[in-house]
Design a protein around this ligand. Structure first.
Ligand code: GRF
Length: 195
């Protein structure tokens, strides 16, 4: 039986798309059962639907965090996911929500954690004069951007880089790393992958 995967997005969903495309391969140990977003305007929703994946949009606007998460849980639980992936999902989830998926919820963060948890990671790496940057996939715990690392990919910081040029270079690696980590994680293997 393939592992059932739900993916949460907030925008374009380029990581989600890379994951869906990889799961279209017959040998993949997982299958997508839902793509959900906190933003009904997220363009990633149409991309998922075009690939035949069920979608759901639950706006967080004007909602308390608890009310939003209660509403978001409906389509997620109905999809009966084994694994929940955050992919460009820009809402901080409560410990109660995280606890429901403890050990089976992953996130991709655009820095070499533990460096630069939070936002503006690429600018912070540039400001620090780092020679390298990259992305990390980790298990989600109640502490933001802090869980056990399941994968990392590194890129060089080049002369003249801006946050945008660095982000674009890292994003290419994100699209390689997340599918590789999901393939391994879906088999129960939690050995970290370093690209
Ligand atoms: C990416 O940099 C990802 O690392 C971060 O959100 C950005 C956009 O992701 N979490 P996507 O294109 O929506 O997958």
């Amino acid at each position: 039986m393939k592992a059932r995967v739900a993916i949460l997005i907030s925008g374009g969903g380029s990581n989600m798309l890379a994951l869906l495309r990889d799961m279209q391969q017959a040998d993949h140990p997982a299958m997508p059962v839902l793509v959900a977003s906190n933003d009904p305007q997220a363009t990633g929703l149409a991309k998922a639907a075009a690939l035949g994946v069920a979608t759901a949009a639950v706006s967080h606007r004007g909602q308390t965090r608890d009310a939003f998460e209660t509403a978001l849980l409906d389509p997620i639980l109905a999809a009966r996911p084994d694994i929940l992936l955050l992919a460009g999902f820009m809402r901080v989830l409560t410990p109660a929500f995280v606890g429901r998926f403890a050990g089976r919820m992953l996130n991709i963060h655009p820095s070499l954690l533990p460096k630069y948890p939070g936002l503006h990671t690429h600018q912070r790496a540039l400001d620090a004069g780092d020679a390298e940057a990259g992305c990390t996939i980790h298990k989600v715990t109640p502490v933001l951007d802090d869980g056990p690392i399941l994968g990392q990919a590194r890129v060089p910081v080049l002369a003249g880089d801006t946050a945008d040029t660095l982000a674009a270079r890292v994003l290419v690696q994100e699209h390689r790393l997340y599918p590789a980590v999901l393939r391994r994680f879906a088999t129960g293997d939690q050995t970290p992958i370093f690209l």
